[in-house]
Design a protein. Structure first.
Length: 82
């Protein structure tokens, strides 16, 4: 039973490591921007829609947090990657 658990944990770690490596490899593709640039785009887009500075800043920070945790996020037709 312990061996099955250890194999499952090892496979899960390998899955996450390979996924993160692929995300980093795709970061240089066309149509790809950094998470910071995507957060700034979200913030300015919110300002143009009439949100206050605090609210638009909060949306940008939320986007940045999500992008950094997952490794990628979408802004319009661009993909922001860590």
């Amino acid at each position: 039973m312990r061996r099955v658990f250890n194999v499952a944990v090892l496979m899960l770690l390998a899955y996450f490591t390979v996924g993160r490596a692929l995300t980093h490899a795709q970061a240089g593709e066309a149509g790809s921007i950094t998470c910071e640039r995507g957060a700034e785009m979200v913030r300015t887009n919110a300002l143009t829609k009439g949100f206050s500075d605090a609210a638009s800043s909060g949306q940008g920070q939320n986007f940045l947090s999500s992008c950094l945790v997952t490794g990628e996020a979408r802004v319009d037709n661009l993909v922001a990657r860590d």
